[in-house]
Design a protein around this ligand. Structure first.
Ligand code: XMP
Length: 336
């Protein structure tokens, strides 16, 4: 990266004009080499802690840190029970099994779902999920000794948006501000497309690097109203079918965000010749540049037909599928 001063990188939160956009694997490799030496210099023989959600940013930071300092890094993955199908398993497979990371996996599903039981109000749900995440993470972190650094997947839009006061959403995994650890933020001057390019060059699987945006509170905001375990399972299974069918049709490469929502209302239908009073599954697929406004994807009817058939026949408790044809505004992208 021509004329790029490493010291400047760590001291300032401003992307230097001389920093070339990472658009090729070669440029990504250069960035990785540079960061590996930066990280080693910053951390020395210290220990780093990282909350690893499995999202693109924290995954790329984890892979960079593993390359730079190996076992001096400890990753904590908190499964709040609101992950998509197979997501926590993928974190374990990629980071623990393939990359040999020190990974602490916490299945906190019961803690989260017990706290959320009966809570209907969306912002209250977000607060509970965010607050409990910090609690679980802190409890695990306090069992470790000698940690001097905290890795974070901050990216450049986060810096720009928080400076402008735009950022309305705080990610789950946003940690308290009184942490006394020195931050290690190797991708903080990169845009999302560059983070993905670096992730690919680090050998992370395409399904991880190319992931669509996923809210911190996870499926919790798609199992609308008070979350119940059976309806949450219906959201997870229907989402997995939608993702599978979109991937088969190549839409995972072009559609910005797509997911299912299962609200807590039931409607009459027929299954196996009998009356079935079950939930409806809403499919939402949108395109946007910046998530501030969005338009709907005009999904082919035949494909919708197929997805609807699979969801209503494979997911227990669902007897109807609806397609959301609402732009943002007036709808938001998520339902809560
Ligand atoms: P909305 O629903 O506000 O969503 O139109 C805009 C984008 O933000 C994501 N989103 C969230 N991300 N925590 C997050 O980290 C949240 O609480 C949250 N709520 C919405 C949403 O998926 C979309 O990409």
């Amino acid at each position: 990266m021509a004329d790029f001063n490493i010291a400047e990188y760590y001291q300032s939160n401003v992307r230097p004009d001389s920093m070339e956009r990472i658009t090729t694997p070669e440029l990504a490799k250069e960035f990785i080499d540079e960061q590996v030496s930066c990280i080693r210099k910053q951390v020395g023989d210290g220990k780093v802690l990282l909350a690893l959600s499995g999202g693109v940013d924290s995954s790329v930071v984890a892979a960079l840190l593993i390359k730079a300092i190996g076992k001096q890094l400890t990753c904590i993955h908190v499964n709040h029970g609101l992950m998509r199908k197979g997501e926590s398993q993928q974190v374990i497979d990629v980071f623990q099994k393939q990359l040999g990371a020190n990974l602490i996996y916490i299945d906190a599903t019961d803690r989260f779902l017990d706290l959320l039981a009966g809570v209907e109000e969306p912002e209250q749900k977000r607060k509970i999920i965010g607050g409990e995440f910090i609690k679980v993470f802190d409890e695990e972190a306090s069992k470790l000794t000698g940690i001097g650094f905290l890795g974070q997947g901050t990216i450049y839009p986060d810096i720009l948006e928080s400076k402008d006061g735009i950022k309305a959403h705080h990610n789950v995994g946003g940690l308290p501000e009184d942490v006394e650890l020195e931050l290690v933020e190797p991708v903080k001057l990169l845009y999302k497309d560059e983070v993905r390019m670096v992730g690919r060059a680090l050998g992370l699987p395409e399904s991880m690097v190319d992931r669509q945006p996923f809210p911190g509170p996870g499926l919790g905001v798609r199992c609308t109203g008070a979350i119940t375990r059976d309806r949450l399972e219906a959201v997870r299974e229907s989402d997995a079918i939608l993702r599978e069918e979109f991937a088969k049709a190549g839409l995972n490469k072009t559609v910005w965000q797509y997911f299912t929502v299962v609200p807590p209302f039931k409607a009459t239908g027929i299954k196996d010749g009998k009356r079935a009073f079950e939930w409806s599954c809403i499919i939402r697929a949108i395109n946007t540049k910046d998530a501030v406004t969005a338009t709907i994807e005009h999904v082919d009817w035949e494909l919708l037909d197929k997805i609807s058939y699979r969801i209503t026949h494979e997911v227990p408790g669902i007897n109807r599928c609806l397609y959301d044809i609402t732009a943002k505004p007036t709808g938001t992208i998520e339902f809560e």
